[in-house]
Design a protein around this ligand. Structure first.
Ligand SMILES: Cc1ncc(COP(=O)(O)O)c(C=O)c1O
Length: 351
């Protein structure tokens, strides 16, 4: 077990719950309402999503991000299909094979040094369409923002969705950090998803101030036909749905989603500015959301982690991930940056 005593830069998953969200959970804890989503809280949260994404959007609340991806992907696949994604995709690397197990699909992974995939890489994968010996590509899954903290621009997404639709494929977005991406681009949630042709979106909440809960958004009602059964069969239907729903209602009220994600992103930019000039550090990815990927001398890692816990992302190349959150404080960034500066200096002297 790792015991974290102070602020950490490990993950936005490590933060607590936004006070407004906690209050909403508390306030929903009154009396009985009908279970499984047939309640006023859930209806109201669905209404909020429809205001943002359009009346004909179908919304399915689930428990976690893996669940959202697995439920969402089942809407657009059959077990003889293949899903194209980045080799760095969460669905490929971090979901214990859940997407393969639940969809039955083969994942066709593409190399992605910056977390993004591009149409030019996909073209050759479609030559097998119609050949019964091959798993049939039918979906592209991209992550926005990516696992490497980069962000697809709307035109990059449009290029992928146009390519996909031209060939009869559908596009899913793992949007565990969709709010951070929208905040980074300075545009709306609809503009980077539905309006650029996305079919199914895993909308993240947990990393942006919720206690738990994600939502699967389906933009083509025909695709949503079997979603209720898929969600239940995938064990993602919460009986006490109101407690998931009120969290989303809160997140979508008065742009709390933007305030939280914008703050987390801003903290990462401050950290970037603080450490940019430090010798022997190399920022390896563009800092576009709330994450920094930094190559650091191996020797400094234990000392830094003693005070501010974080994960080593790539052991071999000594690349660490420093991640901020909706509740990261500027003073903690400054203290962390000072510690990095001092520790790097000591190591250099030592050499
Ligand atoms: C890109 C991405 N997708 C999905 C998830 C959700 O995973 P979980 O099932 O742990 O909520 C995460 C969490 O780390 C993630 O980073």
């Amino acid at each position: 077990m790792i015991q974290i005593t102070g602020p950490s830069f490990a993950s936005d998953n490590n933060s607590g719950v936004h006070p407004k969200v906690m209050e909403a959970i508390f306030n929903a804890n009154r009396g009985h309402v009908v279970a499984y989503g047939d309640d006023p809280y859930t209806q109201s949260a669905i209404g909020k999503f429809k205001e943002v994404f359009g009346e004909d959007t179908e919304i399915f609340f689930v428990y976690n991000g893996t669940g959202a991806n697995v439920v969402g992907l089942q809407a657009i696949t059959s077990s003889f299909n293949a899903i194209i994604c980045a080799n760095t995709a969460h669905i490929n690397e971090d979901e214990c094979g859940a997407p393969e197990k639940h969809t039955g699909c083969k994942l066709l992974t593409l190399p992605s040094p910056d977390g993004k995939i591009r149409v030019e890489q996909m073209e050759h994968l479609l030559h097998v369409i119609g050949n019964e010996h091959h798993a049939q590509p039918c979906a592209i899954s991209i992550t926005q923002a990516t696992e490497l903290g980069t962000v697809y621009k709307p035109e990059e997404i449009l290029a992928i969705t146009q390519f996909a639709h031209r060939h009869g494929l559908r596009v899913h977005v793992d949007g565990a950090r969709i709010c951070n991406a929208a905040a980074s681009l300075g545009i709306g949630l609809r503009e980077i998803t539905r309006d650029v042709g996305i079919d199914v979106l895993s909308f993240g909440g947990t990393k942006n101030g919720l206690m738990f809960g994600e939502a699967v958004l389906v933009f083509d009602p025909a695709l949503a036909r079997n979603m209720r059964y898929i969600r239940k069969q995938t064990t993602q239907l919460a009986s006490k749905m109101r407690f998931t729903a009120v969290q989303f209602e809160t997140l979508l009220t008065d742009d709390l989603w933007l305030e939280n994600a914008g703050h987390a992103n801003k903290m990462a930019r401050i950290l970037e500015k603080e450490i940019r000039g430090i010798p022997s550090l190399e920022i390896t990815q563009e800092v576009e959301i709330n994450a920094l990927f930094v190559k650091v001398p191996k020797e400094v890692i234990p000392k830094l982690r003693e005070e501010f816990f974080f994960y080593v992302w790539d052991e071999e190349n000594s690349i660490v991930r420093w991640m901020t959150s909706f509740d990261t404080k500027e003073e903690d960034i400054r203290a962390f940056a000072n510690l990095i500066r001092d520790t790097v200096k000591t190591i250099k002297l030592f050499h």
